[in-house]
Design a protein around this ligand. Structure first.
Ligand code: PRT
Ligand code: MG
Length: 212
């Protein structure tokens, strides 16, 4: 039986390469250079598919990929249905934060029960977070460059990922509250884990050892 692993280009691919190597898997091509979406490896029974970061859980959930690597941010938003999440890979780390313009008093707005306009691509996660705090929000779904929204009056605050803080700083924003620490997880299709256990378990174990 053949094994399909779903990855996204960019930081997740880069940071997963050493973990793949630890499992004895080497891609035969670099997805940043090749336009191929299916990439062979040194192992005839293992191939990689290259998909958008937010699509990785979908491919694995439906069994189009047996396993994949996805950010916790993406998994929280997806819900994780049908997915087994055996290993925190500790890669592509950052924090999901609420951020606001430097002049905006977030604490005071929350205290006086103001209705907040929140721009984010993480609508589900933001909804749950503010509901748990008892803060009323109008959620505005964006697909990127969330940092712009408060600068042009589209939103009061944003929910976004922060790693160095450089993007917030460059746009006169500051993080005001942490929602969750983020890292990438190995995800596995639950049915595949049973059906292809003999092939999948050694890969999962190698990832776990390499990530520790
Ligand atoms: O970029 P694209 O639209 O193709 O897709 P994507 O953004 O979903 O994928 P990608 O490859 O950029 O991110 C994949 C995963 O990396 C995310 O799901 C996170 O789990 C993780 N990750 C880790 C990050 C960051 N760090 C990060 N800093 N993803 C995005 N960012 C962005 C952030 O959204 C903000 O715009 O970087 C900017 C902030 O960075 P600093 O260093 O300026 O704070
Ligand atoms: Mg990105």
């Amino acid at each position: 039986m053949s094994i399909t692993l779903a990855l996204s280009k960019g930081r997740i691919f880069e940071e997963t390469l050493p973990l793949l190597a630890a499992a004895g898997i080497e891609p035969t091509e670099d997805p940043e250079r090749s336009r191929k979406l299916i990439i062979a490896t040194n192992r005839p029974d293992v191939r990689l598919i290259i998909v958008r970061a937010t699509d990785v859980p979908t491919y694995v959930q439906h069994g189009a990929a047996d396993l994949g690597v996805a950010g916790k941010d993406v998994l929280m938003e997806h819900g994780g249905e049908g997915l087994y999440q055996p290993v925190d890979l500790n890669i592509a780390r950052c924090r999901m934060m609420v951020a606001a313009p430097l002049g905006f008093d977030y604490e005071a707005a929350v205290r006086r029960g103001a209705r907040l306009r929140v721009a984010t691509k993480y609508v589900q996660t933001a909804r749950l977070f503010f509901a748990a705090k008892g803060v009323h929000v109008d959620l505005i779904k964006l697909y990127g460059s969330m940092e712009l929204a408060p600068l042009v009056g589209l939103a009061d605050v944003i929910v976004d990922l922060v790693s160095t803080g450089g993007t917030l700083k460059a746009n006169n924003l500051a993080a005001v509250e942490e929602i969750a620490p983020i890292s990438s997880r190995l995800i596995v299709n639950q049915a595949a884990l049973k059906l292809k256990h003999r092939q999948l378990q050694p890969i999962i174990d190698a990832f776990r050892r390499a990530a520790a």
